[in-house]
Design a protein. Sequence first.
Length: 560
Amino acid sequence: MKKLFIALALYVALLPMTLTAAGADIAARSTPLILDMVHHNPGEQRYESRYEDPRVIKEMGYNGKVYFLFDSPTLAINWESVDPDIFPKGSPGRVWVDAKATQIDAEQAACKAAGIKVYAMSDLVLFPKTLVAKYGMEKTFGDPRDPQTNKFLRAMIAQMFERFTNFDGLVVRIGETYLQDAPFHQGHILNKNDADRTIIPLLKLLREEVCVKRGKELIFRTWMSFDTNLGTYQKVSAAIEPHPKLVFSVKHCEGDFHRGNAFSKVLGEGRHPQLIEVQCAREYEGKGAYPNYIAHGVIEGFEEHRLKMPAETIKSIRELTEKHPDLFAGIWTWSRGGGWFGPFIKNELWCDLNAWVMAQWANDTMQSEEAIFNRYATERLGLKGDDVAKFRRLCLLSADAVLRGKTSTFGDISPWWSRDNGINVPKLPSDPTKLQRVLDQKAEAVRLWEEISKLAHEIKFRDTTTRDYVVVSSEYGLRLYKIYQAVCELTAAGDDKEKLRHWLPVYDQAWQDYRRLPAESAQCASLYNEKSAPKGPFGEGIEKLLPRLRAKIAEPANAQ
């Protein structure tokens, strides 16, 4: 009996501590992560963006900043405590690593001074080239189950958090490996889609080293790994013990950030909190060179999801927060970046609108998107009266115009035919009914852009710089989507010389009008070109199609 009383007394004494710890875990999960990242083009000149300043994003409503791949501590540790031969003092690799560490120190200090958390996205597995060569790991270092790889991964994590004490957490991706700006490192991952051989072993290792041992945060990206196969996602979720410092990151749509792609089927599934990724300057849709308001669709649901997805499925992140509030970890925006090359913008207005609305909503998901939008229009742009409604209509129309001009509400063509600043020959449907509705929607997109341009001229902004950019960027959208329309009509024309004779002059005039834009405003973004998009499976550029079409109408009437 005495032992029972002692046990009960001990339980009562420890109960407040237990409840406090449990309450802390719950509080940690109930406070959303609101993160932003500038995604620089790998291997190219870095963006100059106000969103690199932690003070700017803190004022917008963010509570953390994610640094891009090449500003990650994985690249900035010298490995001296493990093996001094990896980056010997005075070697080119050591000079580069030390300079990178100094840069990261300054970045992380700036985040702490602004009062926000600091994270970095890192490709895994990523090691120094000298380490891989010295230990003969060329064929094994991409396998997290390999004992040597496992040992060095743990050593790398230990060095990162020992060296960078301001570092709050690691964002891990295994879908791709970029090395363009990492001259002394090499990366590789084997079987990135395999739950048993890669995802689960790596996650267990990272959970133990980052979350359990060090109390730091781990954000594991699902993209191109276990983001589209629900069975794989559920298997991974079941195999990994939840931890208050562990979050899965999921794009709001499947695959790349395309209009028309399905809303992510894994959102609302499993037992781990989910951070929602949102691209604000979309690489397939202008990168901020023209109006493209996506925050409404992400929060409240895109038009194409309402049309095509079953009523019972989740189609927006608002539904996620309402149906599975315990799984909503927050949002992670890419205020700038994604893809390669251009267009390059000189004014970040359209990125700012998407990022600000997303951050403000994540701070209080009970708000309506429209109320937040109207605050942006009045507080940040100084609009009043009818101009608020006109600006909202302009922005909502931009979402409709982009969908119809790039793909269609029916998803009849792939959006991959134009990305970054390249335009390729679209692969049009062979079915006559589908083909006609694609062409009809290209014409509708132009009509919508005409209304957008008209509204841009009517709205009374409080400063001339904003007005000038809204006007020139709206004209940019109109003239580019006239080119898109002509490209689709010419592709569909085939050997129909009458149609070719009609649309070739329209195409040529559309390019002439488009190329005049830089002379009309110094704020005009860099332009698209007729060459093929250099990244991805896109087919040939339109510069190869047009000579063949011109040759057809030049043929004699009796040519066989």
